[in-house]
Design a protein around this ligand. Structure first.
Ligand SMILES: Cc1ncc(COP(=O)(O)O)c(C=O)c1O
Length: 377
């Protein structure tokens, strides 16, 4: 009989989070339900405006999810069959899937093991005459080295479409990620730092023409009612989700990001204080502002430590156990084991500790105590 282990430190505490804005959220949902405006309309328009302002972007267009945000951004730039798009081999599957969905060739580059983000030096080696765009991913909320990536894109005349799914409010040299290139693509998947209560996403841009293109593509390629000028998609930001996100942006987001960072830095300090030199903690770039969507550590004997923590009721996950080049659905890309050693190492040696604003001091002390216990055995 399998034994059920009580979750002493779960991966999320959504119920706790909800308490902080429940009344306002229910009022917002009620307003939408009473209005009968369930598709696009005022709530979506206002959320787009408010999110763009919060981020420091000129324009935003709400879409169905973060994956579609990348697909629509690339299509709006005219990317398709015959083109090549460069992305990191260590990321969530959606980054690669979105690129392939446009018809372009997915060209992978290895990461640097300090940030777990795409290594700018390796991007340059992958550029060919067919390269049209780079899709850097600000993984775990850690900003990519935009001081190197932006000049590289300019030098080779490439579009920059930032995958910011995990990086709401992340900054590099004081500027929000998502505003460095043609498009920033964000996800509001429920576990994200700004999470909806279902699927949702958004693109931001400073180019009004590109914004209009995404607005057309997200809505069946329609320029005017029943004028379908393009083969678009049905990928609008849901109106109920927009209303929920407006409340969360206003009532939750600023404080939540700050507390999340405080909790992350507390882990780093506690791990150092416990003398756990075996644990490689996340890199804090002095030029960046890491928003810690995940607090990812790197250790040898990862699976044993993960099991030890799991047995003690600490819910931890691996992000991600397979790099894109070793993912079955992308086998046709022709990559092999050994092609991207840093990504393979990250997949074998990293995992995330529970991190969210609702975590307590006692939770964190317990987690670090259990890690210490593992190494003391
Ligand atoms: C790095 C990355 N890219 C893209 C996505 C896709 O977002 P969504 O799940 O909203 O489609 C996600 C999140 O799931 C992600 O973590």
């Amino acid at each position: 009989m399998s034994q059920t282990i009580a979750k002493k430190v779960p991966a999320q505490r959504f119920g706790e989070q909800y308490k902080g804005f429940r009344t306002e959220l229910l009022e917002a949902v009620d307003k939408v339900c009473a209005s009968g405006q369930f598709i696009l309309g005022e709530e979506v328009r206002l959320f787009e405006e408010e999110y763009a302002k919060w981020l420091g972007a000129a324009y935003a267009a709400g879409v169905g999810n973060g994956t579609d945000a990348i697909v629509l951004a690339l299509l709006a730039l005219g990317i398709g069959p015959g083109d090549e798009v460069i992305a990191p081999s260590h990321t969530y599957f959606a980054t690669g899937n979105a690129i392939v969905k446009t018809g372009a060739k997915l060209v992978l580059a290895d990461i640097d093991l300090e940030t777990y983000n795409i290594d700018p030096a390796r991007i340059e080696k992958r550029i060919t005459k067919k390269t049209k765009a780079i899709v850097p991913v600000h993984l775990y909320g850690q900003p990519c080295r935009m001081d190197q990536i932006v000049p590289l894109a300019k030098k080779h005349n490439l579009f920059l479409v930032e995958d910011c799914a995990q990086a709401h409010g992340t900054k590099f040299e004081g500027r929000s990620v998502g505003t460095f290139g043609e498009f920033g693509c964000f996800s509001f998947f429920p576990t994200k730092n700004l999470g909806a209560y279902g699927d949702a996403g958004i693109v931001v841009t400073s180019d009004e023409k590109l914004l209009q293109e995404v607005r057309i593509l997200r809505n069946q390629g329609m320029t005017k009612r029943y004028h379908h000028d393009k083969l678009g998609f049905n990928s609008r930001l849901d109106t109920l989700q927009a209303a929920i996100l407006r409340v969360k942006l206003r009532k939750y987001m600023a404080g939540a990001l700050e507390t999340r960072r405080k909790r992350a830095l507390a882990y780093t300090e506690m791990i150092a204080r416990a003398g756990l030199g075996q644990v490689k903690v996340p890199f804090e770039d002095p030029r960046g502002h890491h928003t810690y969507h995940q607090y990812v550590i790197r250790v040898e004997k990862r699976d044993e430590l993960l099991k030890h923590l799991g047995d003690a009721g600490v819910e931890c996950y691996i992000y991600y156990p397979f790099p894109l080049h070793l993912t079955r659905a992308l086998e046709f890309s022709g990559y092999r084991q050994g092609d991207f050693p840093n990504s393979e190492k990250a997949a074998a040696e990293t995992f995330a500790l529970p991190i969210y604003p609702e975590l307590t001091d006692a939770d964190q002390e317990y987690v670090v105590e259990k890690i210490s216990e593992f190494y003391a055995r």
